[in-house]
Design a protein around this ligand. Structure first.
Ligand code: SF4
Length: 445
């Protein structure tokens, strides 16, 4: 049997939590390869439904929950950093995976990646796969090599490393190793992409989907436009069908991964109307932050009727001059109006992401933003700034943190922000976290 092995690697970090976290890009790619007639076996090293998961690991609501965790040695680039937390591997232990992996070697292995500072998980996973299948070529793709290509080339023992979505290169590679040409060029347009193959994950209780790629905004701390330079949508009919299919195979919850879910309001409204018409019974969540600016009264009502439950809005700050300097994706008045419309429908689980630790930001600004959320009846959700290479804010972060390039990607980790930031010391950061907790407790019914 000739098949391709697609792998979602381990995470190595101080903390990791399954906040509706699935390898969406890899699931789309598996769909494309299958549509092209290839056999693909997907192995999820993060699988939370693996039989080795102890019962005592508490699962949270809506499909979220903890990964299996095993403490590991702290990698060298982090050893001089004064942080009182253990580094760990998250996911299924190697000895379990060794039993699960097919005995017959694949013809090619594809490994995905996400956060730049999770490269240790990618490196370890690839070394493990090389040990199991020493003769089989491995291709690394995903966000990490797209943003840190040179680092990946120097540090990862993959046979091929791809930047961004590279259908031509991948098509050639697959042809070279399988003698089957998968016609990936036809997927250059997002509207032609198949559904993400969540059925290849073990007992998925939740699904993930995106209705669009990219974002027309250019917030200086965000890599969306580097990963997807153009904003593209998929037809509402296709999206509704994909959601319907996920619900049929057991997904009770679905998370939207869009960077700009409401940007094309007509498109989103058509999807919402389609879901309502098809009477699809799932709960929807928006962990990737929605654009408050585009929530009007009708959209809010449609969201509620379609089954939206947890709403995460991208606020970042309530400070007017910083809102402007960050590109003006939302102003406070627009945020307040959006929340009013959402609440009017009866939606209650509304949170707002607040950036903490941006170069030039003060703790008072973060505190005022949390109070602004409280006044609006919205849960503040602190999101620590993580510097991303190639973004406009990268150079400023390097200067503010007094770093000297090249910087190891492990230092991009948002957990380290209070250590590197000259303004948000660990003590100040924990004060802000305590305030956040107090506000959320006060807001709890
Ligand atoms: S609006 Fe969101 S996704 Fe778009 S550039 Fe800004 S942070 Fe990135």
């Amino acid at each position: 049997m000739k098949y391709i092995l697609a792998v979602n690697p381990w995470i190595y970090d101080f903390a990791a939590y399954d906040f509706w976290m699935k390898p969406l890009g890899l699931l789309y790619l598996v769909g494309m390869l299958k549509e092209s007639g290839l056999d693909v076996v997907l192995v999820d090293f993060l699988n939370r439904n693996h039989p080795c998961m102890p019962k005592k690991i508490k699962n949270s609501i809506y499909g979220k929950g903890h990964f299996l965790r095993e403490a590991v040695e702290t990698p060298a680039p982090l050893r001089q950093i004064p942080i009182n937390r253990r580094f760990a591997r998250y996911g299924v232990p190697p000895e379990e995976l060794r039993r699960d992996l097919p005995q017959e070697p694949p013809t090619l292995i594809l490994v995905t990646s996400t956060m730049t500072y999770w490269y240790v998980g990618v490196k370890e996973s690839i070394e493990f796969l090389k040990d199991v299948y020493p003769e089989i070529p491995i291709v690394l793709g995903g966000i990490y090599p797209t943003l840190c290509f040179e680092h990946a080339k120097e540090n990862i023992k993959a046979d091929y490393i791809l930047k961004g979505f590279a259908p031509e290169s991948l098509e050639e590679l697959i042809y070279r190793h399988t003698s089957i040409r998968p016609e990936l060029k036809k997927y250059k347009r997002f509207n032609n992409w198949p559904a993400p193959t969540i059925e290849d994950l073990s007992s998925p209780t939740y699904g993930v989907i995106t209705t669009s790629l990219g974002c027309p905004y250019r917030c200086p701390y965000c890599a969306s436009y580097i990963l997807h330079p153009n904003f593209e949508t998929k037809s509402p009919e296709k999206i509704v069908k994909e959601i319907q299919k996920m619900s049929t195979i057991g997904a009770k919850d679905i998370a939207f991964y869009d960077d700009a879910l409401l940007y094309n309001r007509t498109h989103t409204k058509d999807i919402l109307k389609g879901i309502i018409e098809a009477k699809i019974d799932v709960r929807f969540h928006t962990p990737n932050a929605m654009h408050a600016r585009f929530i009007d009264e009708e959209t809010a009502a449609l969201m509620k009727a379609a089954g939206f439950v947890s709403i995460y809005l991208g606020l970042e700050t309530s400070d007017f001059s910083r809102q402007k300097s960050l590109g003006g994706k939302v102003f406070s008045g627009e945020f307040t109006r959006a929340v009013k419309y959402l609440k009017k429908t009866g939606l209650t689980e509304i949170s707002a992401y607040i950036l903490v630790g941006l170069p030039g930001q003060t703790p008072d600004e973060v505190k005022t933003t949390m109070e602004f959320c409280y006044e609006n009846g919205v849960r503040p959700y602190l999101s620590e700034f993580s510097p991303i290479p190639k973004t406009p804010m990268w150079k400023l972060a390097v200067k503010t943190y007094n770093w000297h390039e090249p910087v190891d990607p492990l230092w991009h980790n948002n957990t380290l922000m209070p250590i590197f930031s000259p303004t948000f010391t660990p003590e100040i950061y924990y004060q802000l976290k305590r305030l956040q907790k107090k506000i959320v407790e006060k807001q709890s019914p």
